[in-house]
Ligand binder design. Structure first.
Ligand code: ME8
Length: 518
């Protein structure tokens, strides 16, 4: 049986510097979305990578006295390493300087040209180097400093040159029709509204080549020009799916199910990209989701962490799953968010160490001590037992619906409500008191607690894969019985199964000062 495919991507990052926390945030969120679909039985492809051409790379390289290629070769491995350090489950990592990408970019260019959508013209306009975009005069303002700025607050300059153009203006009504017929094409709703009003206001043709430098993919048939720059960048999503080889093994993944990107580049993904694809006669991605920006509240985070904006330091300091959990739970996905030392510590200590960690530790220790270290026997379930176990199953339905619209925080919230419920259950059932009064009932209560922990751990895997895996190890759940299909009755713990010695799964964060003990 062929499984349903699911193709998800992050934006590709500029490797003109080291990866920062915004890159890490996007990757973690996209990883959770990819893992969720994998656990839900889909045939998933998850892509991330680096966007290595363009003027930003050249400018930084020049400043550092090296070539753009050297700069890319130095930083791209850092982005790969970040993916590893963050536990990202990406199936591929694309670099736009790869040969396969040159082939794909030239192929889509040719397809658009054959469709009559590319012409040679000359361009003059207000250009922002930082945004890599031209703006209309009415979109710019002159600041108090006398400098002219674009709508994103970056300086613009007057540029005039020969350039190839893409006939974007011809796509206005087709795009608007697409947005209308596919209300889920852009999310969240604010982003969708912005795009629609932008397109309604009218689209200008797009300058898509440069002659002033050669750091880019050569324009097929006119090598004085290099592509600049969104044709090259956006095409990465189909390069990795094997384009232009329609018989490629991976072409089954296209069209992508979701492009996960920051809100600053929604316009390019929701306007340019579908127009390019329409022009080339290719199917459009199903959804473009623009997440919010992360800000450091600016306070000093901790004496021992110098630069907390560095994702490597953050993981080193707080632990990987703590960082993943914090970003996914604390910040409603789609909105801007801020992080601070206190917020990370409070959130992870309360939810992970106290609620989930303590429950696991307390119940598993009791099982080790009073049930011979084996999954306890279960008698007839009381109503409270069944109710708790069912809660975990309905959490899947909520999570599934939420994850389909990238409401990651809602999914995680629903799962952690089960954790709270399990804590209330454990406190109310008082298994420690039952030990004397009704040992058989104690076993059933401990069984139920272990079983709900199994379900919670299975559900937690997309978000905190390492700790969820550890918890499943402590419950002796085999590696091939950890998908969502195993959540229900069929996968239930078997009484008598040997369990390993319980170990804490979520260490409490202690301030370095506290840890030194005084
Ligand atoms: O835009 N918080 O690359 P990039 C959250 N190469 N997300 C952030 C962020 C922050 N503080 N800062 C950046 C590019 N991002 C292009 C993309 S795609 C075909 C080409 C997000 O390195 C940003 O919104 O500037 C984008 O989605 C991603 O990080 C890479 O940003």
């Amino acid at each position: 049986m062929t499984r349903e495919t699911f193709y998800i991507t992050t934006a590709i990052s500029y490797p003109n510097g080291r990866p920062h926390i915004g890159h890490a945030y996007e990757l973690i969120a996209t990883d959770a979305l990819a893992r969720f679909q994998r656990l839900d039985g889909k045939d998933v492809m998850f892509l991330t990578g680096t966007d290595e051409h363009g003027i930003k790379m050249l400018q930084t390289a020049r400043k550092e006295g090296i070539s753009a290629r050297e700069l890319a070769d130095r930083n791209a491995p850092e982005f790969k390493r970040m993916a590893e350090v963050l536990g990202a489950s990406n199936d591929d990592f694309i670099r736009t300087t790869e040969e396969r990408h040159k082939i794909a970019s030239q192929a889509i260019w040719k397809a658009m040209a054959e469709n009559g959508d590319i012409y040679l013209g000359s361009y003059s306009g207000w250009y922002s180097v930082r945004d890599e975009a031209y703006y209309g005069e009415e979109e710019t303002t002159v600041g108090e400093d006398g400098v002219r700025y674009g709508p994103q607050g970056t300086p613009v300059e007057w540029v005039e040159e020969e350039s190839y153009f893409f006939r974007l203006s011809a796509y206005q009504s087709r795009l608007l029709k697409h947005y209308e017929e596919n209300p889920d094409f852009i999310g969240p709703a604010e982003r969708r509204n912005e795009v629609i009003s932008f397109v309604r206001a009218g689209l200008r043709d797009l300058s898509i080549s440069r002659t002033t430098f050669d750091w880019g993919v050569p324009v097929p048939g006119d090598e004085r020009h290099v592509m600049y720059v969104w044709v090259d960048a956006l095409t990465n999503y189909i390069t990795a799916a094997g384009y232009p080889d329609a018989g490629a093994e991976r072409w089954r993944y296209w069209p992508a199910d979701a492009h996960i990107i920051g809100k600053d580049i929604v316009r390019f993904h929701a306007i340019y990209w579908p127009a390019f694809l329409m022009s080339a006669g290719l199917p459009l991605p199903k959804r473009v989701f623009g997440h919010g920006f992360l800000f450091n509240r600016g306070e000093k985070m901790s004496k021992s962490v110098g630069n907390v904006v560095d994702p490597f330091a953050l993981v080193e300091h707080y632990g990987l799953d703590q960082v993943r959990y914090f970003f996914l739970r604390e910040v409603p996905f789609g909105q801007d968010g801020s992080y601070s030392h206190e917020a990370i510590v409070n959130r992870t200590n309360a939810d992970l160490a106290n609620d989930l960690g303590n429950l696991a530790q307390r119940s598993l220790s009791m099982i080790a001590k009073h049930c011979g270290g084996k999954v306890p026997a279960r008698r007839t379930f009381a109503e409270a037992d069944t109710a708790l176990l069912e809660r975990a199953e309905t959490a899947l339905a909520t999570a599934r619906e939420a994850m389909a619209r990238q409401a990651i925080h809602t999914a995680l919230g629903a799962i952690f409500e089960v954790v709270s419920e399990a804590n209330r259950y454990f406190a109310a059932q008082e298994p420690w008191a039952l030990r004397k009064s009704d040992p058989a009932r104690m076993e059933t209560v401990l069984y139920t607690t272990a079983e709900v922990l199994r379900r919670i751990a299975i559900l937690c895997q997309p978000y905190i894969p390492g700790s969820a895996g550890k918890l499943l190890d402590l419950l002796s759940v085999p590696a091939d019985r950890r998908s969502f299909a195993d959540l229900g009755a069929a996968g239930m713990l078997q009484p008598g199964t040997e369990l390993p010695t319980p170990q804490p799964v979520f260490p409490r964060y202690m301030e370095p000062e506290e840890g030194q003990g005084a």
